[in-house]
Design a protein. Structure first.
Length: 191
């Protein structure tokens, strides 16, 4: 187990309207990790739900994506956790579908949820697992695309991507980020 990782945050939007959209892949991944461990989410003291596991706490902010920093900032302050001890999971429109990318730090890349976390906690020095959502065609309206439902024809592939992302998170917890980066940053989850 990695001694430093304390919190895994799945980014997404609340409500049934956004439940199965590209922008909720981070949320769905953390839910899948909780299911794998039979961990139950319960209400937090701020705008999030959380589940305790043997390794880490799992968090799903319950505000909208562009307000994700509120929940993460509250957690860091309340539990006196350092930014480097959290890991966020999110969709990435700059990565091809089927690619995972674990990084220890860096810019938001225009992702509004990540942007808000960086703004609230005052640093970009924390790990993140990005799940690619880009197709092979250019998207005219990115907001429409990320908030659109995942097509049923892609459901099985998306489930394989989520399963691989959960495997990556578990490897980070058990062996640290370097092992997960070496294994999963090269991987492509094909059709």
């Amino acid at each position: 187990m990695s001694d430093s990782l304390r919190l895994i945050v799945g980014l997404g939007n609340p409500g049934t309207r956004y439940q199965n959209t590209w922008h909720n892949l981070g949320w769905m991944t953390v839910q899948a990790l909780a299911q794998r461990r039979n961990a139950i989410f319960k209400p937090g003291k701020s705008s999030f739900i959380y589940a305790e596991t043997d390794y880490t706490t799992l968090m799903l902010p319950t505000g909208y994506m562009n307000r994700s920093g509120e929940a993460v900032g509250w957690w860091l302050r309340y539990y006196k956790v350092e930014p480097a001890q959290i890991l966020t999971v999110l969709d990435d429109h700059d990565l091809l579908l089927g690619r995972l990318r674990l990084r220890l730090e860096g810019s938001s890349g225009g992702h509004r949820g990540l942007d808000d976390i960086i703004r609230v906690i005052g640093t970009d020095q924390f790990p993140r697992l990005r799940l690619g959502i880009a197709g092979d065609k250019a998207v005219e309206d990115l907001a429409d695309y990320v908030l659109s439902p995942i097509p049923k024809s892609m459901a099985e592939r998306v489930q394989r991507i989520i399963a691989a992302a959960v495997d990556a998170l578990e490897l980070v917890e058990k062996s640290g980020p370097a092992a997960a980066m070496n294994t999963f940053n090269r991987m492509v989850i094909d059709e």
